[in-house]
Design a protein around this ligand. Structure first.
Ligand code: OXD
Ligand code: MN
Length: 582
């Protein structure tokens, strides 16, 4: 029950449509969570893991056909088709509502309907926004409790403010043919049916904090981005915050909590967020950012002592594991974790490497952010943290240098818009195919990309101390298919260079595509990459880049008249500089 009439009435309408057996308003309390866990253990939704090694940890096995985001059935339902743009699937709102109504009719019979009020961002931050998810999945409730500030405090804020995003979710019958993720940004509404997978079902995350929020951010003058936020503190106690956008499953979580190489004695890395960043100009002309989430929903495979020791340390208690394997002593296991041999695979069958991996490639952990050893209290700062640099990056085997700096904010927007990356298991479909993924927002921008880039370009009028924009690529391979850059903790060397550039302490090699480091300015003490390889990583192949520029032009031109002229002007400058250098 609530004093907010709109919410009360919506809950009644949904209940009349879906016919749940019970209605439960979530408070977010420990007792409530314990009851939920107990009921999921009884129903088989949760399987207890080894409580000695992993207290409070549970395994969830999803339906094998429901393991990733489903972009092909994710829609933006704006009244005008062009407002959704070529980057989104579009459905006319009235038709979409009717389609969903038919699916929801009676879908919660025999189930409990949970009302989950949540706040994206610190509960007392003016940058935060609230929502309510109605769901019939207790697994979703348990995840939302970690990923958002969920329960009574969020409901109190909603009752104070009056506005909230309405998200309706039902797992339905998990039939992929009856699975839709609909967004109605003009009505601040989300409707999701037929999937229990994180990105499709935890509506606070991709649906609200990116698709709906990006739409809202445009009208309100801020940015909702698919970015981690990391603080880098020098031995002198000076901290720079960096926001970085990489496509799904390209190492945002690893970068957000990296452990620097040994010679960085006295440096500290502070984790503010690993997936989503909301930024707004402050009075000082800088961009100030919050992480709207309060937990991590990270990719398990590959998380190991050598790649992300902080993540491993935070996964020893109070975590939910989805679709991982299990060892003989009932500990969670995934490929790359260690050299243990699991006994059970993610489907619950005896593990057989001939059949497939023990952990589903997009298997996940959910864990409260505060459990991360590098967690910073600044994540709770209602004012956010000031951003010194924005970094874009993709997974590119060839061509794209280790790091480059944009020539201006406008050129930086072009760098973001030109991003491309090889696809990963985070979404259904082929893996390893290069696709354009501007700002890592291809699956998440809630409106026409052309309008989104125009919005980015307005920031030169909104703030006069904007961060510098960089582009990185950790994934270059040599002729034999080996990675040329060690990545993980060694990415600290690139972060240090970025900060040195922000402070104006190092020079730059101006090239047609952007400013590259002078190889001597990348700290290479004890680096596993020889100097010839480092030089190769910092070279520009003009002919290959000219071809890339034409592909970028072709991509951008599909946005037609709505594409800001400034983008093509920036691209023309790069093309001209490449021809002049050839
Ligand atoms: C995620 C994703 O889960 O991007 O963060 O798919
Ligand atoms: Mn993501």
């Amino acid at each position: 029950m609530t004093s907010n009439q709109v919410l009360q009435q919506w809950v009644e309408e949904v209940s009349e449509l879906t016919h749940p057996e019970n209605i439960h308003w979530c408070s977010g309390s420990d007792e409530e969570n314990q009851q939920l866990v107990d009921s999921m253990l009884a129903s088989g939704d949760f399987i207890e893991l080894n409580q000695e090694t992993h207290p409070g940890c549970y395994l969830h096995r999803s339906d094998p056909n429901d393991v990733a985001r489903v972009e092909q059935v994710t829609y933006i339902c704006t009244s005008q088709r062009d407002d959704a743009g070529p980057n989104n699937n579009w459905m006319e709102p009235a038709g979409a509502r009717a389609k969903m109504r038919a699916l929801y009719a009676g879908c919660m019979r025999g189930r409990t309907m949970y009302i989950v009020p949540y706040c994206m961002g610190p509960i007392d931050s003016p940058l935060s926004r609230c929502g309510v998810e109605i769901t019939d999945s207790p697994y979703v409730v348990a995840n939302m409790r970690m990923m958002t500030r969920m329960g009574s405090a969020a409901l109190a804020r909603i009752e104070r403010e009056g506005t909230f995003v309405k998200g309706l979710h039902s797992i339905g019958d998990l039939d992929p043919e009856r699975r839709f993720i609909m967004h109605f940004p003009e009505e601040l509404m989300i409707q999701s049916f037929g999937s229990g997978y994180g990105g499709n079902a935890l509506l606070g995350k991709k649906c609200h904090a990116l698709r709906i929020a990006s739409f809202q951010a445009r009208t309100e003058g801020w940015l909702a981005e698919h970015m981690l936020i990391v603080g880098v503190e020098s031995p002198r106690g000076e901290t720079h915050y960096i926001a970085a956008a990489f496509p799904s499953a390209c190492g945002k979580t690893n970068l957000a909590m990296l452990i620097p190489p040994a010679q960085y004695d006295g440096w500290k890395i502070w984790t503010i967020g690993d997936d989503i960043c909301w930024m707004q100009p402050g009075e000082d002309g800088r961009l100030w950012a919050i992480n709207p989430e309060s937990g991590f929903f990270g990719v398990a495979p590959g998380t190991a002592a050598g790649t992300n020791p902080n993540a491993l340390a935070m996964l020893n208690s109070n975590a939910i594991f989805t679709n991982v394997g299990v060892t003989a002593d009932n500990q969670p296991w995934w490929e790359g974790k260690d050299d243990e041999v699991p006994v059970t695979d993610w489907r619950g069958n005896p593990y057989d490497p001939e059949v497939g991996p023990a952990a589903q490639p997009n298997s996940r952990f959910t864990v409260p952010m505060k459990q991360c050893p590098s967690y910073s209290d600044e994540a709770e700062n209602p004012g956010g943290v000031p951003i010194s640099a924005i970094v874009f990056g993709g997974r590119r085997e060839r061509l794209v240098p280790l790091v480059m700096e944009s020539k201006s904010w406008q050129h930086g927007v072009l760098l973001g818009a030109s991003m491309a990356s090889e696809t990963t298991a985070a979404a259904t479909g082929a893996v390893g195919v290069v696709r354009r993924d501007p700002m890592a927002m291809k699956p998440f921008c809630g409106y026409n990309f052309a309008d989104y880039w125009s919005h980015w370009l307005t920031f030169t009028n909104r703030a006069d101390n904007l961060p510098s924009i960089f582009h990185v690529n950790w994934f270059r391979k040599d002729q034999d298919g080996n990675f040329m850059w060690p990545g993980f903790g060694d990415n600290m060397r690139v972060l240090e260079w970025i900060i040195n550039r922000c402070k104006g302490e190092v020079g730059i090699n101006e090239t047609p595509i952007g400013g590259l480091p002078l190889p001597a300015d990348i700290n290479s003490t004890d680096l596993d990459t020889d100097s010839a390889t480092l030089e190769q990583l910092l070279e520009v192949d003009s002919a290959a880049w000219s071809a890339e520029v034409e592909q970028i032009r072709e991509y951008l031109e599909q946005y037609g008249d709505r594409l800001p002229a400034r983008m093509i002007a920036e691209l023309d400058k790069v093309a001209a500089a490449l021809s002049a250098s050839a």
